[in-house]
Design a protein around this ligand. Structure first.
Ligand SMILES: [Zn+2]
Ligand SMILES: [Zn+2]
Length: 241
């Protein structure tokens, strides 16, 4: 019967009955802890010491500074790639990339696995060019639409978004109505989304505050949230693989 640290009499302790062992197991050896499941204090100490020593030789994952990784991701996004496209190109799960950028519960990771960094660095100009679409080309509006919707939940209205990317509010209205957009607008919205997702627009004048309220109410009424766009990117990634 396994004995416990609260055993009082020597008869409560495990007894080694091994017949084939070179030497009988003794208390205070890992064999007694491991094989005879003795939980007396000396055996527990021996087991801890064994684990401590073996941990010293454990192979550790190679990590790199997360700032380097975030800088690399930012560069890739500048060139017009979405997180989902970056994930596809380097064969890293989109959630891993998302976590490197945003962290969890407002805490950014300090390090990222070196293998992720190497995969991101391996994305070449050729890879990006193969995905690059000419500025005026019509592209699918699904992701930018979700990004605009998500920005609404922070108070970014259509005209504010449009003016920042150099287009008119009607471009955004048309997108929200379900139409496609040009690559130029898509890239602009993606840039804006990366920069301003999670922030509120300027609220200095009464007009700005009113517009932000309208935008937030619109988001509330339609169920657009902070996660509207990222949820979709995850879903799309898991469908593709
Ligand atoms: Zn034994
Ligand atoms: Zn023992």
């Amino acid at each position: 019967m396994p004995s416990s640290p609260s055993a009082l009499a020597p008869t409560d302790l495990a007894v080694c009955d091994c017949t084939m062992a070179a030497a009988p197991h003794q208390h205070g050896e890992r064999g007694m802890y491991n094989y005879h499941r003795c939980r007396c204090t000396p055996c527990g100490d021996a087991n801890r010491e064994y684990n401590r020593r073996s941990n010293q030789h454990r192979k550790r994952r190679e990590m790199v500074d997360a700032d380097l990784v975030r800088a690399r991701i930012a560069k890739l996004r500048e060139s017009g790639l979405t997180v989902a496209e970056i994930a596809d190109l380097c064969a890293v799960n989109a959630k891993v990339i998302e976590f490197a950028i945003k962290g969890r519960n407002g805490k950014l990771p300090k390090t990222v696995q070196a293998s992720t960094f190497r995969a991101l660095n391996a994305i070449s100009f050729k890879d990006i060019a193969s995905l690059q679409k000419p500025g005026g080309r019509k592209v699918d509006g699904t992701v930018p639409r979700l990004q605009v919707q998500s920005l609404h939940s922070f108070g970014w209205c259509g005209s504010e978004i449009a003016s920042r990317i150099g287009f008119t509010a009607s471009t955004i209205s048309s997108l929200l109505a379900g139409n496609g957009i040009t690559e130029e607008v898509r890239a602009g919205i993606d840039r804006l989304y990366t920069q301003f997702h999670g922030t509120t627009p300027p609220l200095d004048t009464p007009a700005q505050r009113a517009r932000a309220t309208v935008a937030r109410n619109r988001a509330l009424a339609n169920g657009w949230t902070a996660d509207t766009a990222t949820d979709y990117e995850y879903a799309r990634y898991s469908r593709a693989h």
